[in-house]
Ligand binder design. Structure first.
Ligand SMILES: N[C@@H](CCC(=O)N[C@@H](CS)C(=O)NCC(=O)O)C(=O)O
Length: 324
């Protein structure tokens, strides 16, 4: 694990010393938007029009943020229009790699690079910052459009609709305000909250993260006891953003990140909801559980120094969910 400083790779773990043991996620730096006609989006510059075959997505099957983008690529029928490369699950001293010696790791199918940091320096030879996935690459302008999953799923939600004819809308205008409110709590206490627990290097930092996390799970259980989805009857991006964390919770976060007060299967509504989303058409094929379990346990040697991969519970994702 490391980062680029002025385009040079440095192997170093997250700095939690300056924050009293708390993990602080750094903000993504490439924030352009693909739009229907290439006009600028909410951030960044213009020039990224939706075109079939122009863009390439670098993902890790293990990563919950990258997983969101893979789900939207699937839901919005973008597989024939946006190509992908899948990194190797082990993220060690050189960061994400394009090694292919693991089932499902494709290598860099665009440039044949060895490491994900080469994609960042290809876009900006002096880039300083973390080398994260997902990365949305523009083959035409030879640069990174975006490395922020929250933005990428919104681009995928609508920018290519005229090309695919798929007009399913997971960010409907009338629900945007409540979606933002739900996203914001879930991001801070759950999506990122599990990392705050897992990467904490002081008891105080862990204690500060664990209560809000389980309060949020209790809150979600209540919502889902009354509604089919987070915002009511309509499936929205808020559900997909939550799903990638729920999916990883029992197999990884419960043990590896010490989020062990309860498991998702202890919450009847959350557990049935997670299965319902797993069983949604096209979603199961975006799930790489081998990469998920391998990545966390093998890569985080400050948490699991002997890199032993635990046996894990057998989870029946396909059991009937009864939430239609
Ligand atoms: N804000 C980014 C965060 C992505 C992110 O942190 N990805 C993790 C993998 S789960 C990563 O690549 N981490 C490498 C690192 O921090 O060095 C997004 O949501 O797209």
């Amino acid at each position: 694990m490391g980062l680029l400083i002025d385009g040079i790779w440095h192997d170093q773990w997250y700095d939690t010393k300056s924050t009293g043991g708390a993990f602080k996620r750094s903000a993504a730096q490439f924030r352009n938007w693909i739009t229907v006609d290439g006009r600028a989006g909410p951030t960044g510059r213009a020039g990224f029009a939706a075109e079939s075959g122009r863009y390439h997505l670098y993902v890790s099957l293990a990563c919950p943020w990258a997983h969101r983008t893979l789900i939207f690529r699937q839901l919005k029928d973008l597989s024939d229009h946006i190509s992908i490369s899948v990194v190797h699950p082990d993220m060690l001293d050189k960061g994400w790699t394009f090694a292919k010696d693991e089932h499902g790791a494709t290598g860099d199918t665009l440039f044949g690079s060895g490491f994900a940091h080469e994609i960042y320096t290809r876009a900006d030879p002096k880039y300083s910052g973390r080398v994260t996935v997902p990365i949305l690459w523009d083959k035409k302008e030879n640069t990174i459009v975006s490395n922020e999953s929250a933005d990428i799923i919104r681009m995928f939600n609508s920018a290519f609709d005229d090309i695919t004819g798929n007009r399913d809308d997971y960010w409907p205008e009338e629900l945007r305000e409540p979606i933002e409110a739900v996203n914001s709590r879930i991001y801070s206490t759950l999506n990122n909250g599990v990392y705050k627990c897992g990467f904490a290097t002081s008891q105080e930092a862990y204690d500060a993260a664990i209560d809000p996390l389980f309060e949020t799970l209790d809150w979600l259980e209540d919502i889902l006891s009354e509604h089919r989805f987070l915002l009511g009857e309509q499936l929205t991006e808020a559900d997909w953003r939550l799903f990638t964390t729920l999916l990883r919770f029992d197999p990884v976060y419960h043990l590896h990140f010490k989020c062990n007060r309860k498991r998702i299967i202890d919450y009847p509504n959350l557990w049935a909801y997670t299965r319902a989303l797993f069983q949604h058409p096209g979603v199961a094929k975006t799930v790489g559980m081998d990469h998920i379990v391998r990545h966390y346990h093998y890569s985080h040697d400050t948490i699991n120094p002997h890199r032993i991969i635990p046996t894990n519970p057998q989870i029946d994702w396909l059991a009937p969910h009864g939430r239609d």
